[in-house]
Design a protein around this ligand. Sequence first.
Ligand code: FAD
Length: 478
Amino acid sequence: TSALVWFRRDLRSFDHAALYHALRFAQRVHCVFVFDTAILDALPARRDRRVEFIHGSLAELDAALNTLAQQAGGAGAGLIVRHGRAQDEVPRLAFELGVDKVFANRDYEPDAIVRDSQVAQQLAAQGVGYEDFKDQVIFERDEVLTQAGKPFSVFTPYRNAWLKAVDAFQLKSYPVAAYAQRLAPKPAGESLPALADIGFESTNLIELHMPLGMSGGRRLFEDFTNRIERYKRARDFPAVKGVSYLSTHLRFGTVSIRQLAAHAQQQGGEGADTWLSELIWRDFYHQILWHHPRVVTQAFRPEYDTLQWDEAPALFAAWCEARTGYPLVDAAMRQLNQTGYMHNRLRMVVASFLTKDLGIDWRLGERHFAVHLNDFDLAANNGGWQWAASTGCDAQPWFRIFNPVTQSTRFDPEGRFIRRYVPELARVPDKFIHAPWTMGGIDQSACRTRIGVDYPAPVVDHAAARERTLARFGVLKG
Ligand code: FAD
């Protein structure tokens, strides 16, 4: 028997459900990754940090599979990489290799579900099996339901049910190495394509010192384990190294969610417990997307789809280009533009600002994030945006509107994060850093930052915008 493992958002050679099951099933196991043109061609630019992240991580995966096979006494192995439509490439390769079955880990995004069922159908027509497994979450689909057997739409009871249901079995690693001698050598002439071969150029990923692949994920996690106890207290301050920075690794599966969750659960204490809750949010939004795929384009609560958002292309451009005049919002948007990452607190601040201060439809912001975030994940991003816009499940109440100046004062008190990304405000005194337009002419000259010249005046007045938002949502309530 022989099998093909199709890697997608699970770019690792350890604790991997599909790889484990394939190795148990077959004497010879091949591995493939497809640079899917259906995804790549839709990207707006030919420089994309995520494509480069994947590319770098594949090189490491290729080498790791080889080492794994050799250490187990096998002849060596590696990753076959294809570039084309997955619906064509996977069945074609399965045919070329003559495998009995294709193994993959499940993906819960609506487009991926369609793609995978097309691949399975094509394989079935060729007489080849297809089997997929839970791997990227701890609990999937309808594994955690309310007592009435319904999906949860509120996080806290979901988390309680999740914590009650989780056990050693759910968090157990798949012992891939035990069967690794079954990994098949790569066919002759197979080599990894260069980035240019798939039509992409390099980005600033290397300058950002972003650690790639399994080794990068491990390094970040080890670093975080030294700080995890402080997570609860530090996580809201973007100038502080308080969070794990593992989201891109979780997105592409260069770390194992089971190992991370098991570590947090075993460690316990306020920091690890709070971090585990964040991992549970990830499962929560995945099950929301799976149960309610309409949220991709519609409000979770249908009545909110009648909200009248403003058409404001100039304001939207100011938000995207980080020139709203609100320092924390602009610093956050620059962090996104320059690095592809944005701190969670800031994601909440800028999403609230776009929807509640600028009155712009959350879908525009969600799509902007989808293009620019290294860790873009449809389920988490959609959930986060609908939460901030107050249109989603368990969203913040619509009448609670973030004040961008208060948020700045609380979470970046000395303006350290602001000054890092908005150097034109570097000399502004602490007392004006959160609202520099309140500086008088003398102070502006003293710090050589003229508002409206060196740094923009605010594009909206928060108090007035707040009233407009209350009216916008109030119509629905009235
Ligand atoms: P940590 O604080 O160390 O958290 C650990 C992990 O838990 C994260 O890597 C992530 O996988 C998960 N997690 C944390 N918070 C959430 C959450 N609220 N929802 C779901 N999972 C969570 N996260 C993404 O992974 N991709 C996105 O596209 C995304 N878009 C977002 C958009 C908005 C508007 C908001 C408010 C949040 C979004 N998040 C998204 C959630 C969160 O901001 C990021 O996961 C987090 O900032 C990543 O940094 P970290 O890995 O250091 O997080």
